[in-house]
Ligand binder design. Sequence first.
Ligand code: CO
Length: 134
Amino acid sequence: MLGRLNHVAIAVRDIAAASKLYRGTLGAEVSEPEALAEHGVTVVFITLPNTKIELLEPLGPDSPIAKFLEKNPDGGIHHICYEVEDILAARDRLLNSGARVLGSGAPKIGAHGKPVLFLHPKDFNGTLIELEQA
Ligand code: CO
């Protein structure tokens, strides 16, 4: 069911500082910040030869990453995103095996304009998993 690793997302307090670190110190290709109000984050994409890294900074009072940053004040890996060919088939397979899908269970349109779902970290070794339809 799982396809390629699409991205690893890192929550940060200061996306400008984190972008500078990746662009300068680490010498990576870093996009301009993009505010995604409906997701409560500002996002930057770092393009690597084999995958992407996303930097996420909280946007607005109800940001889904605000609590994570309270617990991890230096920032940290927030989720990993795997590609699937058919997100509804993947969801149904997971639900049938007893895994929990976050939210209503209906895919949302993610940062790349494709349908995404998140899986409960308690069901997956303490890792928040995002599935994105490839
Ligand atoms: Co993501």
